[in-house]
Design a protein around this ligand. Structure first.
Ligand SMILES: C[S@@+](CC[C@H](N)C(=O)[O-])C[C@H]1O[C@@H](n2cnc3c(N)ncnc32)[C@H](O)[C@@H]1O
Length: 187
C-alpha cells in the first residue's frame, strides 16, 4: 500500500498521538464517556496506537467489548502491547482491516472515528459500511483535525455521510477539532 499517496499516518509517527499533552487537551474519557454505556460493544475504527481504545475498554466495563480496528498491523501491535496482561486483555479484540472495512463484524453500539476519515479514499463506501455496522440506535462520533481538514471539506464529508444513509449533527466542541455525531437516517 502506498501510505504517502493515501495520507495514512505512519506507525513511526504514532507516538505523537499518544502523549500526556494530548490527554490534557483531548481527554479520551471525557470525549467518549457520553457515548458509551457499561456492557456496550464499541468500535475504535482507525485506532492508531490506542489513545482512545484503552479508555473505551475501561468505560464498557467487564461485560462490554471493544473492537480495535486499523489498516496497519503496527498500530494494532502497539495497542496489544499496552493492554497485554492487564484486566482489559479479554475486552479488546483486534481487527486488521482492508480499506473497505472487511474484517469487522457488527453490530456495534458506538463507533469512534477520530482523526481518521480524512485518510479514507472512498468515503461514501466507508459511510455505507458504518451504516451496516451500527445497531439501529447506535451512533458514530467523527472528529477531524483542522490542520488537515478545512471547514468546507468537513461540510462535504458530512454531506457524503448524509448521502450514504447517515444523519449528521454537530458534535461536541473540542479543541483542535471539528466533530459530528452520525446516526442511521430514519426513513
Ligand atoms: C491519524 S491516526 C488516528 C489514530 C487514533 N484514532 C487517534 O486519534 O489517536 C489515523 C489512523 O487511521 C488508520 N486508518 C486509515 N485508513 C483506515 C482504514 N481505511 N481502515 C482502518 N484504519 C484506517 C491509520 O492506520 C491510522 O492508524
Amino acid at each position: 500500500m502506498d501510505n504517502k499517496k493515501r495520507r495514512v499516518c505512519p506507525v513511526e509517527r504514532a507516538g505523537g498521538l499518544d502523549t500526556r499533552l494530548r490527554a490534557l487537551v483531548q481527554n479520551p474519557y471525557t470525549i467518549t464517556a457520553p457515548f458509551i454505556s457499561p456492557g456496550a460493544t464499541v468500535l475504535d475504527y482507525g485506532c492508531g496506537p490506542g489513545f482512545f481504545t484503552v479508555p473505551m475498554a475501561h468505560l464498557v466495563g467487564e461485560s462490554g467489548r471493544v473492537l480495535a480496528a486499523d489498516l496497519q498491523q503496527g498500530m494494532l501491535d502497539m495497542v496489544r502491547y499496552k493492554i497485554q496482561g492487564t484486566l482489559l486483555d479479554g475486552r479488546v479484540s483486534f481487527h486488521l482491516v482492508q480499506g473497505d472495512g472487511a474484517g469487522i463484524d457488527g453490530p456495534v453500539d458506538f463507533v469512534l472515528l477520530f482523526y481518521m476519515v480524512h485518510e479514507i479514499e472512498d468515503k461514501a463506501a466507508f459511510f455505507r459500511r458504518i451504516v451496516s455496522l451500527l445497531t439501529p440506535r447506535g451512533c458514530a462520533l467523527m472528529v477531524e483535525p483542522p490542520f488537515h481538514v478545512s471547514r468546507k471539506e468537513f461540510r462535504e464529508t458530512c454531506a457524503l455521510a448524509e448521502a450514504s444513509g447517515l444523519a449528521a449533527k454537530t458534535g461536541p466542541r473540542m479543541l483542535l477539532s471539528k466533530s459530528a455525531v452520525l446516526t442511521i437516517k430514519q426513513t
